[in-house]
Design a protein around this ligand. Structure first.
Ligand code: GN1
Ligand code: MG
Length: 364
């Protein structure tokens, strides 16, 4: 099979981790949009024969060293926790990143930053939860992830994307985009209508951030891309085994992750559903997510975090809707668009979902 990088490049990168270990086979994973991923088979090392070698895209992640510092610390923390738990499924329950023979988190090169983790056996990714039970299990997996990271020793993780979930600032950027009107789209009636819609729900969008500012909820380590496709499940019974994609893990609020779970799972329609009559927040999915999340994270969450659970979903949905509309008005620079007005359609669907959450879920 032809690979994006030459076999020699792959060999050199792998040799930094395991000097002298033979490479028996290499296969490329063509799934990801950002990083290049290879499965490298070697002789058995510490009970593992297949390793995942990745070349991290430095254009998307300019602070790759900060990112890798976060990833290694999380991986090593989860490793310690897993080893200390006699019931843990140690080979599958966390991404196990390895250091190079020199003790570094990987190898920097012009092509990108090479890193390596152990292949997670007997586990697969799936796009969508098919039932409340699957939603519940996924939320439990992310709740557990957060609980396990709640006692990570200092220093604070690097904020690899500063102000990522600063909802107030996202609203300010939206207002600015309409004033600056760089792409000539700010006067379109539908864009203005959406702007008014987002403005009307601003208090709900900011309710989580304000609770944090009142000191009711702590900063935690959060995943920041909490969705069903970011867990691996056991192919036999569909149960989650491992949370993946640690690249956006950084300081954040618990409700950012819970909110992303709600945003990505409460509606049956996709994020860019053009027909808003199909968008409905399903209370039974919210209930399942809350139950699952609390079953694992309930012990570490503060009363305000529990009280504001539904608000988390509305806040994350409004925040990303505001980002889609901002990007539309600015001329589609950030989110990849597949058709004209795609970001406008996404903004509209997110506003509809947030409204449905506000109407049908028990907001604080
Ligand atoms: C981006 O590309 P993806 O799906 O992992 C975005 C998220 C948004 C999401 C909306 C780093 O994530 O914040 O919620 O699109 N990630 C970044 O689909 O901006
Ligand atoms: Mg992602």
């Amino acid at each position: 099979m032809a690979t994006t990088h030459s076999l020699e490049t792959i060999r050199n990168a792998f040799a930094a981790f395991f000097p002298g270990a033979p490479i028996l086979r290499v296969a490329q994973n063509l799934g990801g949009h950002i990083n290049q991923t290879y499965f490298v088979e070697t002789r058995r090392i510490d009970g593992c024969r297949i390793f995942v070698l990745q070349c991290v895209n430095k254009h998307v992640f300019p602070n790759v060293l900060g990112l890798m510092d976060n990833v290694m610390r999380i991986s090593e923390h989860l490793e310690r926790k897993s080893l200390a738990d006699p019931l843990a499924d140690h080979k599958r329950d966390h991404l196990h990143y390895l250091r190079t023979a020199d003790g570094l988190p990987g190898v920097d090169s012009d092509a990108g930053f090479w890193r390596l983790y152990r292949f997670v056996p007997h586990a697969e990714g799936r796009l969508q939860a098919e039932s409340p039970a699957e939603a519940r299990a996924a939320a439990a997996a992310f709740g557990r992830f957060q609980a396990l990271l709640s006692d990570m020793p200092p220093p604070r993780l690097v904020e690899t994307i500063p102000h990522f979930h600063d909802t107030r600032r996202r609203y300010e950027a939206l207002e600015r985009a309409f004033i600056e009107n760089r792409a000539g789209r700010a006067d379109e009636p539908e864009a203005r209508e959406l702007l008014d819609g987002f403005r009307a729900l601003r208090p709900l969008a900011l309710s989580v951030q304000k609770s944090f500012e009142r000191g009711e909820m702590p900063e935690r380590i959060t995943h920041n891309d909490a969705k069903y496709s970011n867990i691996l499940v056991d192919p036999d019974d569909g149960r989650p085994v491992c949370v993946i994609d640690l690249d956006t893990c950084m300081p954040g609020l618990s409700l950012h992750d819970f909110g992303d779970l709600m945003r990505s799972m409460c509606a049956e329609a996709p994020e860019d559903e053009p027909d808003v009559s199909k968008i409905r927040a399903r209370p039974e999915i919210y209930e399942a997510l809350a139950e699952g999340f609390l079953s694992e994270a309930g012990g570490v969450l503060t009363p305000a975090e529990k009280k504001f659970l539904p608000n988390g979903g509305a806040a994350m949905t409004l925040e990303v809707g505001v980002r889609f509309l901002t990007d539309y008005v600015e001329g589609d620079h950030y989110f990849r668009v597949l058709k004209p007005r795609h970001n406008l359609v996404r903004a509209r669907s997110q506003l509809a979902l947030a409204r449905s959450m506000a109407d049908n879920l028990p907001m604080a």
